[in-house]
Design a protein around this ligand. Structure first.
Ligand code: URC
Length: 297
């Protein structure tokens, strides 16, 4: 029985970049965490330590900063695609470059053109995977998304009808608080590899975010699973440019506090917000006529 090298990739993780666009009227801040993962003909370095095909991860990190200066940052999708294209186009051994970008939001403060405050825990995300066979044309798969979007419904949510075994203590409820921190990613159908021929990523992202929020608010929820499906379904129904949605929804439990010992009732007013453990509801919603693409998430 032999031992062989399996799938592998390498790159720089969590490159922190803050870019300031110094407009005459006002400044604009883009705050990114960038991850790069390259794969291809990299067997030799693993088997013999021959590094002749290994572009240092340090150079990859430097490319992030240099590109921010040379091209500006623009949208997370465009920046990720520009970097991914660069690595597949210029590093001979690389067959696939995956660049992931997390954008941390800053909002203006103090009514000044150069003052900002960090905006909550939400991040916008983009992952671009560029692939190229030797001599062949490149193609790029784009997954946009968001994380840390915390939402809460104070009514319109129930959870009942579940099976009970000898360990079940949970009471059925017809009216509970439903809260989650949305982690959603959606794959675009287009595989256009030219960053300068890009669609309007900002408009697409703004619309997708609004649709997720509306679906969460508007769905009468019998389970967080049902809400998850409604959110994905809404996104695909309304946005033809999208092929597939993946959602990860932690159930941020809010437990009604028993105020009986103090001679008080509690008609859905006083809750204990538990931080752990939490139910974790995850799922994919996709168009059945399109093939799935698994390598780009
Ligand atoms: O929406 C829910 N889905 C579950 O699967 C579950 N399990 C649980 O204990 N509470 C809930 N809520």
């Amino acid at each position: 029985m032999g031992i062989v090298l399996g799938p592998n990739r390498y790159g720089k993780a969590e490159v922190r970049l803050v870019h300031v666009e110094r407009g005459a009227e006002r400044h604009r801040v883009t705050d990114l965490t960038v991850g790069i993962a390259l794969s291809g003909e990299l067997t030799e370095t693993h088997l013999t330590g021959d590094n002749s095909r290994v572009l240092p991860t340090d150079s990859q990190k430097n490319t992030v900063y240099a590109f921010a200066r040379e091209f500006g940052v623009g949208t997370p999708e465009t920046f990720a695609l520009r970097l991914a294209r660069h690595f597949t186009d210029t590093v001979e051994a690389v067959r696939q470059a995956r660049v992931s970008v997390e954008q941390h939001a800053w909002q203006r403060t103090g009514g000044r053109p150069h003052s900002f405050s960090r905006a909550g825990g939400e991040a916008r995300t983009a992952t671009v995977t560029c692939r190229r066979e030797p001599g062949g044309p490149p193609a790029a798969w784009t997954v946009s998304g968001l994380s840390g979007l915390t939402v809460l419904n104070t009514s319109g949510s129930e959870f009942r009808g579940f099976p009970r075994d000898r360990y079940t203590t949970l009471a059925e409820t017809g009216d509970r608080l439903l809260a989650t921190s949305v982690d959603a990613r959606w794959r675009h159908t287009a595989t256009e590899p030219d960053p300068d021929a890009a669609p309007d990523w900002d408009a697409s992202h703004t619309a997708a975010r609004e649709l997720l929020l509306a679906a969460f608010a508007d769905t009468y929820s019998r389970s967080l699973q049902q809400t998850l499906y409604a959110m994905g379904q809404t996104l695909l129904r309304e946005r033809p440019e999208l092929a597939e949605v993946r959602l990860s929804l932690p159930n941020r439990h809010h437990f009604l506090v028993d105020l009986d010992p103090f001679g008080l009732d509690n008609p859905g007013e006083v809750f204990y917000a538990a931080d752990r453990p939490y139910g974790l509801i995850e799922g994919t919603v996709l168009r059945d006529e399109l093939p799935t693409v698994d390598f780009c998430w």
